[in-house]
Structure formats: C-alpha cells, structure tokens
Design a protein around this ligand. Structure first.
Ligand code: FMN
Length: 410
C-alpha cells in the first residue's frame, strides 16, 4: 500500500507542505519578557522541525495583551519586538518544515486572577461546574470593540508574515472568542453579530477577510473550527458544514476540524484504553462525510497516536492529519509513521484523579511540563504522572502570573 502520509500538498495560496502530518497547536506557556518568545521556544520548534512533521502550527498567540488565556501565553501586537518572532520562525524552518502561527483572542475564557479583559458576545458566564468561579462574568462587546479586535487579528497576522511565518491559523474553536460568537448558547446578540448563522459567523469571516488584505497572496490562512461543540443547542455539525462553505469563498487555505469547548471537555475526553480506529480518531466517523464534500482541504485533529490511524484519516478524505498530544510526548513521533510503521505513542493518563475536569487539567499540565523540558534541551523518557504535574504546574503558573500582572500594571 502506498504511504500517502508522505505525499506533498500544495494549498490554494501556493504554499506547499512536504507531507501530511501537522503538529497541531499547543499553548506552550513559555512567554518570556514582554510576553515574547525566547530561546526555549526556538529549541522546542527546531526539535519538532527535525521530528518529521511537514507543518508546525504554533500554540495560540494572543492578539491583544490585555487578554490572555494563561499568564505564560505569547502576545504579538503592535508593541511587540519582531526579532524574537523572526528567531522562532527560523528555528522551525529546518529541513523545509513550514510554520504557521495560531492567533487567538480568549474572549470570556480568561481566569479572574490574570485580571484580563473578559469580553464576550453577550453577558453569559462560563459554566464549568465547580470551576466556574475561576472565570469572571464577561462584558458584552461593543461594535467598536468588535472592530478593534478584527483589526488586531489582521495586524498580528501582518506581523507574523513580516517575521517569516508561512501562514496563520485563526482559532475559531474550543470556546474562545470567535467560537463564542459562533455559538447560539453564548451569542445572544440581536445586532448584525448575532442571531442567524450568517451573523454569528460574521466575526470569523471579517477576521479572515481583514487578514487576507493585511498579508500577501502567498501567505496561508487557515481556520480551526469545532466540528460540533457537543452541547445541546450549541454550534452543531450542520453549522460547521455551512461555515466551511462560507470560508471557501473568503480564500481560506485549510480548515482544521476539532471539537468541544471548555464546557464540554470533548477534546480532552480522548480515549486512552480502546484500540479501535474509530475510538482513537474519535472525530473520524463524525467528520468524514464533511471531508467528502468540503470545498476546501480539511485537517482532522484529535486522538491520533499511531501511524495507522494517521493513514486512516487521509484514506477518509482529509488532506492533513493534526497531532498534538503524541508530539508533546515524543517530538519525533512522525518519523516512523512516515516510513509506514505504526509506532504508537502512549499519552499520560491518571487513575487516581476522579473528577473528569481535574483529570483533564492534570493531563494538560503533564504535557505542558514535558514541553518545557524539551524546550530546555532535556530528555525525559515519559511525561510526569498527571497528579504530580498538576501541583508543579500550579507553582510554575504562579510565577508567570506575578510577572504578567507586573507587566500589565507597568
Ligand atoms: C498541552 C496542550 C495545549 C493545547 N493548546 C492548544 C492551543 O493553543 N490551540 C488549539 O487550538 N488547541 C490546543 N490544544 C488542542 C490540540 O491542538 C488538539 O486539538 C487536541 O489536543 C486533540 O488532539 P490530540 O488528541 O492529538 O492531542 C492543546 C492541547 C494540549 C495537549
């Protein structure tokens, strides 16, 4: 059987990728001085670049320094120095690897302790069970703030291009600002930014249009979209299909399909015990009908831990395979997959933590600390056990929080 994971892909903007495996976005929480990237990020990305993936999508970079999802998030705005971003892009270009910057605004998903602006389409607080009180009640954005945010996305994308990034991916998934606008559960507006799907998608479409005019035609523009947010009455599968059609008319190169939001935990409910293809690539069945009819190339991300599953995603009609967890555990994971070997990667798992929400936070902490380890040039065979990682990560975050708050008040 031919290994299609090795086939190059040329996108509408002309950008070409050397193979079909993509490192999906992972928030690195490695911002240094001024919320900028430093050597740690460069080390991490050069490791991924030599690990085999054809495209590296960065962790989300904030378009407005007044609103960060985590205090260690990198910001690229009009006050940022460009050099640290030039170094980042260069580090990723080893061996012809491409790098796209994922750009994001967290909207209402900002923790109270960061003292970030909590903006949302409407005054709808986050319902995250016993964790809800971590998040402030958001304010409904004015039209001027919406316009300002569109301009910020465009200016961040322009700066990313000047720094040498090959494209951007607009984060419109996982319950952040653009996904809040798409969701009828969070977006209760009755102006042109809410109501019908066309209105709910207006922010996303205007962001893509503004980026297109702020960047050159050869610069890739992608969108990460939930295939459904798995909440009753939320953004559903049919909405996703229609939004993909609208995005095609805006000159979008690629749509990455993911699923879930902080409220549904669908993205982190990754099964670690099953071995069947359908359970591992848990969005595969749900989304392959989209892949057959979509007018733009699609990428599927979620649950891909071994070569055979990656291949099955391509066989189902997707153009690209997105891999996050497996590439955090082992930055060289794609190399054997591209040679046709199955080489499964075992993600960190916890049996001691009962709460689903806490367990998912602990697994995330374990992966984040493993990234930090890789970024320092060290090699630990396995990520830390999640329960231990959770505690260590709280301490680490505390230090970043104090630094972020100092900068904010300065
Ligand atoms: C540590 C970590 C950080 C993440 N940060 C981001 C992010 O910044 N932006 C994003 O779109 N997705 C983020 N994700 C989600 C992944 O891109 C991906 O959609 C999800 O983990 C499912 O893929 P996987 O099963 O291969 O991990 C993150 C995932 C992990 C594990």
């Amino acid at each position: 059987v031919m290994n299609q994971l090795n086939a190059p892909l040329v996108l509408a903007s002309g950008s070409s990728l050397r193979n079909r495996i993509v490192k999906a976005a992972m928030e690195e929480q490695l911002a240094g001085r001024g919320q900028q990237p430093d050597d740690r990020i460069a080390n991490l990305y050069s490791r991924w670049a030599s690990g085999g993936a054809g495209l590296l999508i960065t962790g989300h970079v904030m378009v407005d320094r007044r609103a960060v999802a985590q205090p260690g998030d990198i910001v690229l705005d009009s006050t940022s120095a460009i050099d640290p971003f030039v170094t980042w892009a260069k580090a990723a270009h080893v061996g012809g690897t491409k790098i796209w910057m994922q750009i994001n605004h967290p909207g209402r998903v900002v923790q109270r302790d960061t003292k970030s602006l909590a903006w949302a389409p409407s005054v709808v607080p986050i319902d995250a069970g016993s964790f809800s009180s971590l998040y402030p009640v958001p304010v409904a954005m004015t039209s001027a703030q919406i316009r300002e945010t569109i301009a910020n996305f465009a200016s961040t994308a322009g700066a990313a291009e000047r720094a040498g990034f090959d494209g951007v991916e607009v984060h419109a998934a996982h319950g952040y600002l653009i996904s809040q606008f798409l969701s009828p559960l969070v977006n209760k507006r009755d102006d042109e930014w809410g109501g019908t799907l066309e209105n709910r998608a207006r922010l996303l479409l205007e962001v893509v249009a503004a980026i297109r005019s702020a960047t050159s035609p050869g610069f890739a523009v992608a969108v990460k979209l939930n295939s459904a947010d798995f909440q009753r009455g939320g953004f559903d599968f049919d909405d996703a299909r229609q939004v993909i059609d609208l995005l095609e008319t805006m000159g979008t190169d690629l749509v990455e399909l993911s699923g879930g939001s902080i409220e549904s935990l669908a993205t982190s409910g990754t099964p670690t015990d099953g071995r069947t293809l359908a359970r591992e690539a848990y969005f595969l069945q749900l989304t392959s009908s989209l892949a057959e009819s979509a007018p733009v190339p699609l990428m599927l991300t979620g649950g891909i831990r071994r070569g055979e599953v990656a291949q099955a995603v391509i066989d189902a009609g997707f153009s690209l395979v997105g891999v996050a967890t497996a590439l955090a555990v082992d930055p060289t994971a794609p190399t054997p997959w591209l040679r046709g070997q199955d080489s499964p990667i075992k993600p960190p798992a916890s049996r001691v933590i009962r709460s689903k929400m806490l367990r998912s936070a602990a697994v995330q902490a374990s992966l984040t600390l493993h990234l930090h380890h890789l970024a320092r040039g060290r090699q630990r065979a396995r990520p830390l056990p999640p329960a231990i990682a959770l505690l260590r990560d709280r301490i680490r975050r505390g230090a970043q929080l104090r630094a972020y708050r100092r900068r904010r008040t300065a």
